[in-house]
Write a protein that binds this ligand. Structure first.
Ligand SMILES: [Zn+2]
Ligand SMILES: [Zn+2]
Length: 265
């Protein structure tokens, strides 16, 4: 059995095929899927899916760093996210975090306004997680310094969560582990270009690893280039088993336990 700890089942890519996608996941042994919210609308849709597929789909609510709506204003957006977290069954806050990958100016720097906006949004969602005693799903890209500076603050020391889609070095992985967070690996680890990532996976203990698809994105080999779906999380588990030279069952058992412990599912 497996758990896909990070998928976006609400995305339009799954329109009209959700039932089949979930049935296929169950046939592949993927018994639980965390459907991760990225906007108000996406978080609400994740909640509806969790209600419809009880015990199989679990919802999170959060504001992705690239989905901070300028017209609505992030204060109002965060109020809405807070409302969802307060009134609905939510297993984590997120995905939230910092992502400067597509916000670089021509000289490689990031606009100070953008930095402030993303840092504020992230901090406010950490406050929410703290207040509601929920775990976090953290997205960090091209922003490790800021992400860890915030996560390491004294007031957040009791927070737990996962830094999802890890593609960084062992130094960054160590920072995640030092915080007591889990590390999420996607299908990227099956790409031939990810040789360096194998060394990180070899070193990260199995009891700190979550497996995820980030579907509909990042389909693993041999489905690369296609729409990703939760059933394919098995390929991520297979790759980890191969790298760590353990059985697929060991990876499955450990990652199921980790996800169940973290999300309380
Ligand atoms: Zn993400
Ligand atoms: Zn995601």
């Amino acid at each position: 059995m497996f758990i896909d700890s990070h998928a976006h089942l609400d995305y339009p890519d799954f329109e009209n095929t959700r039932d089949e996608v979930i049935a296929k996941a169950l046939r592949a042994g993927v018994k639980k899927i965390i459907s991760v919210g990225t906007t108000i609308d996406s978080s609400k849709k994740a909640v509806r899916l969790a209600e419809r597929f009880k015990g199989i789909v679990f919802a999170t609510a959060g504001l992705h760093p690239h989905d901070i709506d300028e017209t609505m204003g992030f204060e109002r957006q965060l109020e809405e996210i807070k409302k969802i977290i307060t009134t609905e069954k939510i297993v984590a806050v997120g995905e939230c975090g910092i992502d400067y990958s597509s916000t670089h100016e021509d000289d490689g720097s990031t606009d100070p306004y953008e930095i402030k906006k993303q840092r504020d949004s992230f901090t406010r969602q950490l406050d929410l997680a703290k207040e509601k005693e929920l775990p976090l799903i953290v997205h960090s890209r091209a922003a490790e310094e800021d992400t860890f500076e915030i996560l390491s603050q004294e007031k957040y020391k009791n927070l737990c969560g996962v830094v999802h889609c890890h593609t960084g070095s062992m130094d960054i992985a160590k920072k995640v582990l030092d915080l007591g967070f889990y590390i999420g690996f996607t299908g990227i680890i099956t790409f031939p270009s990810a040789a360096e990532l194998s060394e990180v996976i070899a070193e990260v203990p199995l009891d700190r690893i979550l497996i995820e698809t980030d579907a509909p994105f990042l389909a693993p080999v041999p489905y690369r280039g296609q729409r990703n779906e939760p059933a394919y999380v098995v390929e991520v588990a297979k790759k980890i088993a191969e790298i760590k030279n353990v059985t697929l069952e060991e990876v499955a058992n450990a990652t199921v336990k980790n996800a169940e412990d973290l999300f309380g599912i």
